[in-house]
Design a protein around this ligand. Sequence first.
Ligand code: ADP
Ligand code: ZN
Length: 447
Amino acid sequence: MIFEPELETLPNDRLRELQAERLAATVRYVSKRVPFYGETLSAAGVKHADMVPIEDLPTIPFTRKKDLVEHYPYGLLAVPKEEVVRVHASSGTTGKPTVVAYTAADMDLFARVVARCLALGGGQPGFTLHNAYGYGLFTGGLGLDAGGMRLGMAVVPASGGMTQRQVTLISDLRPEIISATPSYALTLAQELRSRGISPEENSLRYAVVGAEPWTEPMRVEIDATLGVRCTNIYGLSEIIGPGVANECIEERHGSHIQEDFFLPEVVDPQSGDPLEDGEEGVLVLTTLTKQALPLLRYWTGDITSLSHEPCSCGRTFARMSQIKGRTDDMIIIRGVNLYPTQIGDVLGLVRELSPHFKLVVSREGLLDEVEVRVEVTEEFFRAVSVDMLSDEVVEADHVLRSCRERTKTLLKDSLGVNAKVTLLAPGEGPRSEGGKLSRIEDHRNLN
Ligand code: ADP
Ligand code: ZN
């Protein structure tokens, strides 16, 4: 179902008009209310008294994370502090925390866009939503909570962690839909399996997963092990939290961006120049109706591309491809630029491996070394253990070496990287517990 069909299927020209009108209003609003914007806009020669035509968007300077950090905590507020009804903080994945604030109207918008996302991912009024995002300062838990209720679902605020109890809740309350980080969804799937509950037996039909980069092999694994169709949810606290975009259950091919509220652009990471559809670059978002913390051309650092191809679900909103990573997740190994998601995609080609992996980067003398630590599947682990126990140690050794060698060769051939491959037993790799997962351990001390 479509939560707000009249808006989500707006014809392109009407959508463009609405965005232009809202952009102009937002530029006027921030230039009067936020000293930082008053200064940067006039320094850039943007005549904010006039309507800013949407074609002139690139003349507006980017807003960056550092601007939020410099004005921590409330320096960029566009409303008096008394109008703020909620604050959240970004999870600080990339260092300094930032605080974001919401008015009552912003909270209403937050619930609406998350309700749209849940409907995109298969949610319906009357369903039960098991929400396994962490509750608290992180926008994920409370954001999905409000959106689930707005769509008309019964929300189970499971939050992160206490996996045993979550599985009991899932068995007893029989939710049709679950929200979680992709890595935690897999942890829950594993726990369900270890209790002997098969994917067909559990009540789940849909999973809305996001908040961290993930890969197609993980999608296959989540679908199969939870017995669902999972979709990607994307968002960031600076813009609102989760709710910026979600894949539709019909195509699961790119996430529809709630374009009537968040104006997307993809720009070249170096020059900042706007890129065409299909070209990969940094996602830049402008809020179009936010009150407390409106942001112009916010540099998300997330790498993606846009598509305006029509979609069979009927929505007209542009779609963004799966996030490859953040510009600051990119590691450069002996001159090769790498995102952890690219490694994840290659690991997915090796039958014996699970999607749980971590990269450990170190420097030996002048040369960077990368080690890929990846869990093997339970089936493979069992087969090898049986060999070991039945004194077929040589055979087991051979099988493990062959798996490592094949993985190494694939990584070299597809990404041009020479990595050491270490196999881990199931459960030894990294997992998130409702918050975000970091896949890189960098011991290089580059600063
Ligand atoms: P922090 O910036 O501290 O991590 P947030 O909680 O606001 O704080 O996280 C937002 C970021 O999380 C996004 O900018 C993006 O990098 C990542 N993210 C969120 N959803 C997804 C997703 N579906 N796929 C990949 N990355 C995501
Ligand atoms: Zn669609």
